[in-house]
Design a binder for this molecule. Structure first.
Ligand code: NCD
Length: 313
């Protein structure tokens, strides 16, 4: 990453990737997120963003990320614009730069952007010094709020990652989620990190010097405390590498495969899940699955980053 997400005093001014976010910053965000989660699990917060405007610019489909950013901003009292890209001037040839500058002219204080091109959020962050850019996913590069909500999920349900073995399973090659998770888990000092994928879906250049790579699911998840499984991201595959039914037979997380992990292992997935492709239905619906909890924590984490970036000036 070339543009910095920190100002010259070391304060976070954008959230573009997990690069450079140290333990102190990560803990600050996770601790803040905890303050929004009540004893009954309800997520609420004070109206610290009253008078601010947050714009969601999603150039790729999204259910969880876009809605939780919207809800997070609204719970903190901000106004929210959800630009419908398919009905926007992007369809008339407007460049992303001009769409972005137009949102700034509407006095948006923060722009949340998801885009298929890597580096889009970083590029937009260089165009204006006074507003906040949050990366909600850029190609296969980064998805920092997903990594943060995953850390919060692990912390709340399994404790400190320094005592845990975490296995990331699936289409690692095309996954911005995996890239951000690897950075986040390593920064937090994960005890052991395993990357598990068929050869065709494992990056040839290693994403981490410390992670162990496996092309066998059973070996990869044996004894693991946390299993994070990923969707086959067909939209980013140049040619169809993998047949879903074949993939399920060898890399799908089934109850039988899960029995090789630690007996209290948790199963996570950023969503959207494809049942009977990367995860069996009975695993997705089991008590070991935290997939829907991740969504709730995503709301709290996005409230935390919005309030730190916009509310604490
Ligand atoms: C992920 C994404 O879009 O990067 N989903 C999400 O944000 N919850 C993963 C995916 O699409 O498979």
């Amino acid at each position: 990453m070339k543009a910095s997400q920190f100002d010259r005093h070391g304060k976070l001014k954008h959230l573009l990737s997990m690069e450079g976010l140290d333990q102190t910053w990560i803990n600050k965000i996770l601790d803040k997120a905890e303050t929004f989660i009540g004893a009954d699990g309800r997520v609420t917060g004070p109206k610290v963003l009253e008078g601010k405007t947050v714009a969601n610019l999603f150039f790729e489909p999204s259910t969880r990320t876009r809605s939780t950013f919207e809800l997070a901003a609204k719970k903190l009292g901000a106004w929210v614009i959800n630009l419908d890209i398919d009905q926007s001037s992007a369809k008339k040839g407007e460049s992303i730069k001009d769409t972005f500058l137009t949102m700034l002219a509407m006095q948006c204080d923060a722009i949340v952007v998801r885009h298929p091109d890597e580096g889009t959020a970083e590029y937009l962050s260089t165009l204006d010094d006074t507003r906040v850019v949050l990366n909600a996913g850029d190609g296969a590069h980064a998805h920092p709020t997903q990594a943060l909500l995953d850390l919060l999920t692990i912390r709340r349900h399994k404790g400190n990652v320094q005592a845990l073995t975490v296995a990331i399973v699936g289409d690692i090659l095309h996954s911005r989620v995996a890239r951000s998770q690897i950075q986040a888990l390593e920064t937090m000092g994960v005890k052991s990190l395993r990357l598990v994928a068929p050869d065709a879906l494992m990056p040839t250049a290693p994403l981490s010097q410390r992670a162990q790579c496996f092309n066998n699911l059973r070996q990869g998840i044996e004894g693991a405390d946390v299993i994070i499984t990923l969707r086959l991201q067909h939209e980013r595959m140049k040619e169809s590498h993998i047949n879903p039914a074949e993939y399920f037979k060898t890399f799908g997380i089934t109850l039988e495969q899960l029995s090789y992990a630690h007996k209290d292992a948790i199963v996570m997935h950023p969503g959207p899940i494809n049942r009977e492709v990367e995860i069996a239905s009975d695993v997705a619906d089991s008590t070991q699955s935290l997939i829907l909890k991740q969504v709730t924590y995503g709301l709290a984490v996005r409230m935390a980053v919005l309030s730190i970036l916009l509310g604490e000036k």
